[in-house]
Design a binder for this molecule. Structure first.
Ligand SMILES: Cc1ncc(COP(=O)(O)O)c(C=O)c1O
Length: 369
């Protein structure tokens, strides 16, 4: 197999094309919300939650949920230092203070012991981000939240197909958010979803997401609060409806790719792959390799080895506290250290065995060097 190996690409079949075509042809006027409402229904059913609101992005869904909880200036929100900026940006935009804690060595998710230690009277929420599909310890986080009166939120953008026991990622917190960006396991191009079992929170987010217009307000164009515009289009939702119909195929595909990487890398010394602790299911959005410190393999060596092999691999998220707009947190040793010796591997849906073997070969060479 020759040619560039892409990092991710969506799985689009005739079903997505047919639904999107129908939405483009017919989804206007009285039918302009048909696919949006269907996607919300189907996604809520898939997840086992009471309510879902389709949004233009996961970032928007998170912003709406945090705003609906009343999070703002003077409040603190705890999340892991190892995260994409999207999980923390809404906290900052709402004027609250992010508190970045270190991660666990195996799951790369926030460490519950450090979460509890970081709680102050100003703490309003904990954002459990299931990094790369790896589940946060929801039992411990929900227990900490309950004991301290702090709301636990799930950013499940990367965790479609992941579960904690029998409960799907995103269904356990006060609310959950999802991303349907083109790189995700399920896509609408750009898009996201807010989900919750809380009727009152659902009502508040519905109003906020509709420019502050309450569904019970009889006057047209009469917002009661200043809201937001983070809506999904009907055409994007049509693609999403097809993807939800195929959700098991899409999530099984990710698990299959991860299983094949495990086989190909079985003999390799000095590396760790995505964890799946007992009782958790990892949706494996992003197969990832972390080299042991003793191998002396670095992020920079990994980038150049994959570039030389014409493979589009991506660096592990930089700790947010290493970005210029956040305060340094040198005590977050694991977040800094793991990112400096890790790489995300390609994992698109129809990746064939030859492509996976080519990726594995780069890693195997580095472990032998
Ligand atoms: C954990 C996490 N949260 C939020 C987002 C933001 O998603 P979106 O691009 O749909 O806003 C992403 C996207 O990469 C993500 O990985």
């Amino acid at each position: 197999m020759t040619g560039r190996i892409a990092y991710t690409k969506p799985s689009i079949t005739e079903l997505e094309v047919a639904y999107a075509t129908d939405a483009a042809r017919n989804g206007w006027g009285a039918r302009c919300y048909d696919y949006i409402h269907r996607l919300e229904r189907d996604f809520a059913a898939h997840l086992g939650v009471a309510h879902a609101i389709a949004t233009s992005s996961c970032t928007g869904a998170l912003h709406l949920g945090l705003a609906a909880l009343g999070i703002g200036p003077g409040d603190e929100v705890i999340l892991a230092d190892s995260n994409w900026i999207a999980s923390v940006a809404p906290v900052v935009h709402l004027g609250a203070t992010p508190v970045l804690v270190d991660i666990l060595e195996d799951t790369w998710c926030l460490d519950p012991v450090l979460v509890e230690a970081a709680i102050t009277p100003r703490t309003k929420a904990i954002i459990a981000v299931h990094l790369y599909g790896s589940m946060c310890d929801m039992d411990r986080l929900l227990d900490i939240g309950a004991r301290h009166g702090v709301t636990v939120i799930e950013d499940a953008a990367e965790a479609i197909g992941s579960a904690w026991g029998t409960q799907r990622a995103g269904s356990m917190g006060a609310f959950g958010t999802f991303s349907f960006h083109g790189t995700k396991t399920m896509t609408t191009g750009e898009g996201g979803m807010f989900v919750t079992n809380d009727d009152a929170l659902f009502a508040r987010v519905t109003t906020l997401s509709n420019h502050g217009r309450d569904v019970h307000e009889p006057r047209q164009f009469f917002p009661l609060v200043t809201g937001y515009k983070f809506k999904m289009s009907n055409i994007a939702a049509a693609i999403g409806c097809a993807q939800v119909e195929r959700i098991n195929e899409l999530t099984d595909g990710k698990r299959h790719i991860m299983a094949r990487y495990r086989e190909l890398l079985r003999g390799a010394n000095g590396i760790a792959l995505n964890a799946e602790p007992d009782g958790a299911t990892n949706g494996y959005w992003m197969p990832t390799v972390v080299f042991d410190p003793e191998t002396h393999v670095t992020r920079e060596m990994l980038i150049s080895a994959f570039q030389a092999a014409d493979i589009d691999a991506r660096v592990f998220f930089w700790p947010l506290s290493e970005l210029p707009m956040f305060e340094a947190r040198p005590e977050n040793v694991k977040a800094r250290d793991i990112a400096a010796r890790a790489i995300n591997l390609p994992s698109y849906h129809d990746m064939d065995d030859a492509a996976q073997a080519r990726v594995a070969e780069v890693i195997l060479c580095l472990t032998k060097a």
